[in-house]
Design a protein. Structure first.
Length: 334
């Protein structure tokens, strides 16, 4: 975790909902985390990731709940470690992920998660029955961040999402949420995220020793990996996303523009969990989904604009992303 890593402030604002009627306790928790309460209300506010990590621990200790009181039953302190201890016994992600959702369901009752594999896509779908509907969006984001963070840790690599659908409206002031995949939609019947089912075959590589290390740093693992909008990876993604694919600079050119060497830039990206090739892949997918919304473009034109030399390769890769053809996806989209 680097000094410039940050997290959207609205998640912190939502997480303190149980302390809003007790200003003294709230101020004590924020002070322990080093967070200025007045700064949380600023438009598009960001909170340093290190402060969010301290906040996570302070709130869990204050409430005795590792899910910040969002749920009517909650996640008692120590439950997360217990869940992870059981998951490292599984052989692969395909075994560990359903078990993770099952274990969370033993504690958290108002958000239920299921795993479905369909058309080459693994879909984690939420059913939410929170008493306060205004907390639904942040609670689901934090729940999914926990699940996705654990998934990535278990297999020792980042698992990119293909799409995300939220059953709520987009948060006010939300920056480009590229960490939720290239296709992010709101106002769905339910919240769900999808990734390629082939990742379910990855082996679980963690053990008791690595679990102890993970538990010491899991707050930043769970929030920064999916909420960091100001890191190097996010900045490069936005730069590529705003250019035609045939004008994308090389890694060397981007390093030169930042006044650093190519090796230094590569190390910084790896520290954030990405390679330059993976960022280009994410940007290309985002471009494709954006172009598909333009009815004036043919599928062949979209393939060319996105940098695919052969339409057949575009169709093959798009079906791997979504489980359907570009034409089928566009018909459903419109």
């Amino acid at each position: 975790m680097r000094e410039q890593d940050s997290v959207a402030a609205y998640l912190v604002q939502a997480a303190v909902h149980r302390l809003r009627d007790n200003p003294l306790r709230l101020q004590q928790v924020l002070a322990a985390a080093g967070i200025d309460a007045t700064a949380l209300a600023a438009p598009n506010a960001q909170v340093p990731a290190a402060a969010v990590s301290r906040f996570w621990l302070a709130m869990s200790a204050e409430l005795g709940d590792e899910f910040f009181g969002f749920d009517s039953h909650g996640l008692p302190n120590g439950s997360f470690a217990l869940i992870c201890r059981g998951l490292i016994q599984e052989a692969n992600l395909g075994k560990a992920l359903p078990r993770c959702l099952q274990y969370l369901g033993l504690f958290i009752h108002d958000i239920r998660a299921t795993l479905e594999v369909r058309n080459g896509q693994a879909i984690v779908r939420l059913t939410t029955e929170l008493a306060d509907p205004t907390l639904k969006g942040p609670a689901e984001e934090i729940f999914l961040s926990i699940v996705l963070g654990v998934m990535c840790w278990l297999v020792g690599r980042r698992i990119p999402l293909n799409r995300s659908l939220f059953g709520t409206h987009a948060p006010a002031g939300e920056t480009a949420p590229w960490h939720w995949g290239p296709l992010v939609e709101y106002g769905g019947a339910q919240t769900e995220v999808a990734f390629e089912a082939s990742y379910l075959r990855l082996p679980v590589i963690q053990d008791g020793a690595s679990l102890r290390t993970f538990l010491r740093s899991c707050p930043q693992w769970l929030v920064v990996r999916f909420r960091n909008d100001t890191g190097m990876v996010a900045r490069i993604f936005r730069a590529l996303r705003n250019l035609p694919s045939d004008e994308w600079p090389t890694l060397k050119a981007m390093a030169r523009s930042d006044g650093i060497s190519e090796q230094v830039l590569r190390r910084r990206l790896i520290k954030e969990g990405f390679t330059f090739q993976e960022i280009k892949h994410e940007a290309r997918r985002a471009l494709v989904f954006s172009l598909l919304r333009d009815p004036g473009l043919s599928i062949s034109e979209i393939a060319t604009l996105a940098g695919f030399q052969e339409p057949s390769a575009f169709h093959r890769i798009f079906r791997r992303w979504t489980g359907e053809s570009p034409g089928q996806f566009r018909s459903r989209l419109h």
